[in-house]
Design a protein. Structure first.
Length: 283
């Protein structure tokens, strides 16, 4: 009798799982999502993931060809996306990006601020950083978040499930050192995220940030392109280095209704990079 019951309920359980999987794959059906820095790395992975789950994606990047490629990849997979080349750190372009998305789709539901730079050889110890390089890093990494939030929040206000996700960095929590501009910009993103949550709460908007470790993206090409560097950095992560797609999964969770209790959170998603440091002499 017990075996017979198992046979009868088995298909029902499979059916329920399929329904749950189908619902998950359409968590953002009809919602409009802006992704900055969508041309490569974390932004591209996030934009593609949003598109796969039913969102209408506005893929923005300073590199017009890269933005076009991301939008094309989403459409080729059956999704809905447009490319908008823009410098999110420029006030007029940030405003046009947001207003254009709303004009095109009639609404805005999620803002994923991911535009960023880490200029190897130009960032470093403060006395050696040129003022223009400092200004660029702060403008792209932090001011872009401020500007896109400034112009998006009035459109997000009152939208069911409205959410903002900002890309900070493990360096916001544990600086590597000798990248003072990048560390400062990402610490600023983390602080701005927490502060924004207070004002956005009464408007029904959740605001969270992610702090990835070392992910295989063009920004980290120096690390991933060197076996010696790659092995050394991998040793500092409890579970090894990361791929952009796993970070995209967290971004979608934070933007989804399943994360309704989370706002003002700065989430360390770094495979343990900031949780511990074990000297190599200990093996």
């Amino acid at each position: 009798m017990g075996v017979g019951e198992g046979r009868r309920t088995g298909p029902r359980l499979v059916s329920r799982r399929r329904v749950a999987d189908d619902a998950r794959m359409q968590r953002f059906a009809g919602r409009v999502v802006i992704v900055t820095g969508a041309g490569s790395g974390l932004g591209r992975a996030g934009a593609v993931a949003f598109g796969r789950e039913g969102a209408r994606v506005v893929a923005s990047d300073l590199d017009a060809a890269a933005a076009d490629a991301t939008a094309a990849a989403i459409r080729d997979a059956g999704g809905d996306a447009i490319a908008v080349p823009a410098d999110a750190g420029d006030r007029e372009q940030a405003r046009a990006l947001v207003d254009g998305a709303v004009a095109r789709f009639g609404r805005l539901d999620v803002l994923y601020n991911n535009a960023g730079v880490a200029p190897v050889g130009r960032d470093g110890f403060t006395p050696a950083i040129a003022e223009d390089d400092w200004d660029r890093v702060i403008r792209v990494n932090l001011t872009s978040v401020f500007l896109c939030c400034k112009y998006a929040i009035p459109h997000l206000a009152g939208r069911p499930g409205a959410a903002i996700v900002n890309t900070a960095s493990s360096m916001a929590l544990l600086p590597l050192g000798m990248m003072d501009a990048y560390a400062a910009s990402k610490a600023g993103v983390a602080g701005l995220t927490k502060s924004l949550a207070a004002g956005c709460g009464p408007l029904g908007i959740r605001v969270n940030a992610i702090c990835p470790g070392y992910v295989d993206t063009p920004m980290n090409a120096l690390i991933f392109g060197s076996p010696e560097f790659k092995d050394a950095f991998a040793a500092g992560h409890a579970m090894g280095l990361q791929q952009p797609e796993e970070i995209a999964e967290l971004v979608l969770f934070l933007a989804s209704d399943a994360a309704s209790s989370l706002t003002g959170s700065v989430v360390a998603c770094d495979r343990g990079w900031t949780a511990f440091k074990r000297p190599s002499v200990l093996g």
